[in-house]
Design a protein around this ligand. Structure first.
Ligand SMILES: *Cc1c(COP(=O)(O)O)cnc(C)c1O
Length: 395
């Protein structure tokens, strides 16, 4: 028989190398629902890994809304929105999101990722400059690459450096200043008032990715723009429906003009199918719920304070977090993974995170509490951190 060369053999080589370096892993398997206590790899554990901040993933009102949408509207939209898949429920959700974000208009995308990548690449071209925080989300980086704009990266939260980069870009057709509102690995908040002032000084477009802030920070969870009272001064906001709102999807909030433009130019919207109606319906229920009653957000922040203080009291380094994302910074990569494994043995799921996701020497176990954790869950989790931390001589 004729032997055929496998042109994908290099994938085997790369995987072998990953395995040799201990970098190959499959994510743990969740059986049953995403919940504050959940079954991963066959074990019931306190779940400190999800972005299900408000514990809405199993909320009866959201489930009912999704079920009703399936009964009334079916399971699929059948096309991209610009052809035949533009359903009334998409428009209804956009109107509700505009009320929530206090902007003229919003536009739904299939995910926060496509909202960022699709918008940055639509509003910028290769004559433009993007000034971006070094820790901004991957979808912003991909959007910048697709746009062909010149990328200028400033050190994390360094407003003076951002101003300098804007000052040095006089030849650019348009500058865009962009930051995450809440940073996902450290849980810190962008210095938004100063960044907005810098954008205004240099006539730059201001864009904020509030994926981790929406439903979490600001009044009724309206995000960092609300938290800093910057309504009307941020041209482009991105939010997600996949974290606090527990479903799937992203959106851009801003002016009617921005939305009209993106409908014609944002490629994910033009070339990828819109949400199934049930997904839009549960998100709509979630956005209405937080505006009617902020009880879940209050509970989320009570749990955040309790858990953060507990970790600090035990002697862990929790960095500069100001939100429900609390890292336990270990430094050494192997130690961080050991801490995560030991915690799992003790019934707590908290992910170990190392380079390249975080800088070398800053390996950590990241925790995210939710509104659905009880005091007893959090006390048990702190006890596991105490035992694991002592075992590994971290505290
Ligand atoms: C999660 C996240 C996204 C992507 O949102 P998805 O809806 O999951 O695609 C974008 N930006 C930031 C900062 C995020 O944390």
């Amino acid at each position: 028989m004729k032997s055929v060369i496998n042109p994908l053999a290099y994938l085997d080589d790369e995987l072998r190398e990953m395995k040799a370096r201990g970098l190959f892993r499959w994510p743990r398997l969740l059986t049953g629902p995403q919940a504050p206590v959940a079954v991963y790899d066959g074990r019931e554990v306190i779940n400190l890994c999800s972005n299900n901040y408000l514990d809405l993933a199993n909320h009866p009102r959201l489930k009912e809304a999704a079920r009703r949408a399936i009964d009334d509207l079916g399971v699929g939209p059948g096309a991209v929105r610009t052809i035949a898949g533009n359903m009334a429920i998409h428009r209804e959700l956009e109107a509700e999101l505009a009320r929530f974000k206090r902007t003229e208009a919003t536009l739904l995308f299939q995910s926060g990722f496509t909202a960022n990548a699709g918008t940055v690449s639509a509003v910028l071209g290769k004559e433009d400059v993007i000034v971006s925080d070094e820790l901004n989300h991957a979808s912003i980086i991909d959007g910048a690459r697709l746009s062909g704009a010149t990328k200028k990266i400033y050190p994390h939260r360094d407003v003076e450096a951002a101003r300098q980069l804007l000052r040095e870009s006089p030849g650019a057709r348009r500058p865009l200043l962009i930051t995450d509102g809440v940073f996902s690995m450290d849980g810190d908040i962008a210095p938004l008032s100063d960044l907005v002032a810098a954008a205004e000084e240099f006539g730059a477009i201001m864009m904020v990715d509030d994926a981790h802030a929406s439903g979490v920070v600001g009044r009724q969870g309206r995000g960092t723009i609300d938290h800093f009272n910057l309504h009307g001064r941020v041209h482009i906001q991105v939010g997600t429906l996949s974290k606090a709102f527990a479903g799937l999807g992203g959106y851009v909030a801003g002016s009617g003009t921005l939305v009209d433009y993106l409908i014609h130019r944002a490629r994910p919207l033009l070339f990828s199918t819109s949400h199934p109606p049930s997904v839009a319906a549960s998100a709509l229920a979630a956005v209405r719920l937080v505006q009617e009653d902020d009880g879940l957000i209050v509970r989320l922040w009570e749990n955040t304070r309790f858990f953060k203080e507990g970790l600090k009291r035990l002697g862990f380094d929790t960095g500069i977090s100001e939100t429900p994302i609390t890292p336990v910074i270990v430094g050494d990569e192997a130690k961080a993974m050991q801490l995560s494994d030991r915690l799992f043995d003790f019934g707590v799921f908290a992910l170990g995170i190392a380079f390249p996701t975080v800088p070398r020497g800053k390996a950590r176990v990241r925790t995210i509490v939710t509104a659905g954790h009880t005091r007893e869950h959090l006390e048990r989790a702190l006890d596991a951190f105490k035992r694991a931390g002592e075992d590994l001589r971290l505290i």
